[in-house]
Design a protein around this ligand. Structure first.
Ligand code: BTN
Length: 212
């Protein structure tokens, strides 16, 4: 079932309480307590799209979600990239983000996208420069189609698709206490980085990319 509401605290908080089966989805026009990664608040004013869907568990769920967004937007939007592990970039700025959470037997994948809203942080961007009126319901339906297909392909193929949109491979990055050059993304979703000739796997729970 797809619920559409004008306002909610957080789609990622509401849906785990009220869902009945995999595929149940909620789209809200705004959120009063939108949640981002690492305990951050997610700016959720009117004008953006905020939705969550109940999914089966998958180690690469943030990648599956990001690819599905990129494929859905790609039809009418150039210069769209994914930044490991779960940022959606447009023209190099943050257009949206993905928050996946494990619910035990299921997971929830939540997406926030800036459409005409203007988040307060300087590195954010929205889609208002596009000559295209995005219908949020159709967008979510199309996202769900892409999302479903992703569960029928292998982890290798998921990573391959992710790399089509990736913006980090080949770049020098810095994180809290290190820097290195990104080589690839591992089958387990880790970022493979060369640090002065040594190959290291970075995990999204452990590092936050500061520059790239
Ligand atoms: C990030 O920090 O980049 C992830 C942001 C994810 C925000 C979305 S909006 C819909 C869903 N509900 C939430 O409270 N958060 C996610």
């Amino acid at each position: 079932m797809i619920h559409i509401v004008d306002k909610i605290s957080s789609t990622n908080t509401w849906l785990p309480v009220y869902f009945s089966e995999e595929g149940d989805t909620i789209l809200s026009m705004k959120q009063s307590k939108g949640r981002g990664r690492r305990g951050n608040l997610w700016d959720s004013d009117k004008g953006g799209a905020y939705f969550s869907t109940i999914s089966r568990n998958h180690q690469l769920l943030p990648f599956i979600t990001g690819i599905s967004i990129a494929e859905t937007l790609n039809d009418f939007c150039d210069d769209l990239k994914l930044k490991w592990p779960n940022d959606i970039l447009y023209q190099g700025k943050k257009l949206g983000g993905v928050l996946c959470e494990n619910l035990g037997d299921y997971s929830i994948a939540g997406v926030g996208l800036n459409i005409t809203n203007n988040p307060s942080f300087s590195t954010a961007i929205n889609l208002s420069s596009l000559d295209y009126e995005l219908d949020k319901y159709n967008f979510v339906m199309s996202f769900l189609n892409h999302f479903q297909v992703m569960f029928s392909i292998s982890s290798e193929e998921i990573i391959e698709k992710y790399l089509d949109f990736d913006c980090l491979v080949g770049n020098e990055i810095t994180w809290e206490n290190g820097k290195g050059v990104v080589k690839s993304i591992g089958i387990d979703g880790s970022l493979i980085v060369d640090i002065s000739g040594e190959t290291v796997n970075l995990y999204s729970e452990e590092v936050h990319i500061e520059n790239y």
